[in-house]
Design a protein around this ligand. Structure first.
Ligand SMILES: Nc1ncnc2c1ncn2[C@@H]1O[C@H](COP(=O)(O)OP(=O)(O)OP(=O)(O)O)[C@@H](O)[C@H]1O
Length: 362
């Protein structure tokens, strides 16, 4: 079954001097007008589960204006155990802890992970490729052991190679050394990412079929290194990547950046054979994102054996009735959900009766 969030404490965090919120094991609805701190509450929950915030703030942005430090903490309970997680925030850093012992941000999802769905996600299909990569990587960092380390090491290697490419007269032997380290780290990351994508794809197609039956969705991982990275061994893939880096070297030197690798890959969606980015209606694009988020919940349950916390920030107003119902039904299938809204009118009386409603603002 796994852990559920029982309560959250916010101390000098964002707009809160002090606030306690307790949660239902099923659905909790945070309601209030704009700018009262509903998203800030969701952000705190995401930090204590995913170990990161979708808004990518600096630590000082998280501290109540005029204060020197802040703290967020949550009590997680389930399976006969209680886990207290917290994050102490100073202007310089965030220090995470579990049951009073310091830990890394990347360790947080091992207690409870989360899937966030917010209005920005709705344009994921048509936004730049970096957003789709970030979605996959953010999910990977939570669900796959070691993924965040792979990603960090690869990102560092790419930064170093790019820095060298920007030199007036790049040292070519040093560039070859960076090529090797980019290729070896990149091959491992690429295989982990494509494997994860394969698991997600299966569920995305299932879920999409149930939201938009009759339409045929395809999703493809588009690698800049080779067509099917999983048909090669890791060593073979690293060699292929190295060969690609050598092939594009003149171009990379001219453009002063690395133009192939997992940091340039993309995920493409097509409906009935037509690219959803340019041909999909807004509704179809939103259904794809919905299917992707639900797939993340399902895959994380498959991989970890426990259900993640589902955070729905302000998406009810952005979805039409049919898609809203799909989300609500999905959330009702035994997934602890926290949803924010300015308007309780989106929820049926029956659902309101079964949910915990927490009011924000006066
Ligand atoms: N570090 C901070 N110190 C004080 N106030 C802050 C800080 N960071 C954000 N805020 C305030 O928090 C409020 C925004 O809260 P939040 O984003 O949670 O809104 P919301 O309740 O979700 O509403 P909306 O639907 O408009 O997003 C703003 O008034 C903003 O000024």
């Amino acid at each position: 079954m796994g852990l559920l969030v029982e309560s959250l404490g916010l101390e000098q965090f964002r707009n809160f001097r002090e606030r306690e919120v307790s949660f239902s094991p099923t659905t909790t609805i945070l309601v209030g007008r704009n700018a009262v701190g509903k998203t800030n509450t969701v952000e705190a929950l995401q930090m204590l589960t995913a170990g990161a915030s979708f808004r990518h703030p600096t630590p000082s942005q998280l501290i109540l204006a005029g204060c020197e430090r802040g703290r967020i903490r949550a009590r997680l309970a389930g399976d006969g155990r209680v886990v207290d997680v917290a994050c102490d925030i100073t202007p310089q850093r965030r220090q995470f802890s579990r049951n009073g012992k310091h830990c890394q941000a990347a360790d947080m999802p091992s207690s409870l992970m989360s899937v966030l769905f917010c209005p920005d996600d709705l344009s994921l299909v048509k936004r730049g490729a970096s957003f789709r990569r970030a979605e996959l990587d953010g999910f990977g960092c939570q669900v796959a052991v070691g993924y965040s380390k792979l990603l960090a090491a690869y990102t560092r290697a790419i930064e170093q190679r790019n820095r060298l490419l920007k030199d007036e007269r790049p040292d070519l032997s040093l560039l070859s050394a960076w090529d090797s380290s980019v290729a070896v780290g990149g091959a491992t990351l690429l295989q982990a990412r494509v494997r994860l994508f394969g698991r997600l794809r299966e569920k995305i197609l299932d879920v999409y079929g149930s939201i938009a039956g009759g339409e045929e969705l395809t999703c493809t991982y588009e690698s800049t290194v080779c067509d099917d990275p999983l048909t090669l061994s890791r060593e073979e893939l690293a060699e292929r990547f190295l060969a690609r880096l050598e092939e594009v070297r003149p171009d990379d030197l001219r453009r002063q950046q690395t133009t192939v690798g997992p940091h340039r890959d993309d995920v493409a969606f097509a409906i009935d054979g037509r690219d959803a980015r340019s041909f999909g209606s807004q509704g179809q694009q939103r259904s794809i994102v919905l299917a992707l988020k639900m797939a993340e919940v399902l895959v994380s349950e498959d991989v970890t054996g426990s259900r993640p916390l589902l955070l729905l920030d302000d998406v009810m107003s952005e979805l039409d009735e049919t898609r809203r119902q799909s989300v609500i039904e999905f959330a009702q299938s035994g997934i602890q959900t926290v949803v924010t809204t300015t308007n309780l009118g989106y929820f049926s009386d029956e659902l309101l009766g079964r949910s915990k409603v927490v009011e924000f603002g006066e």
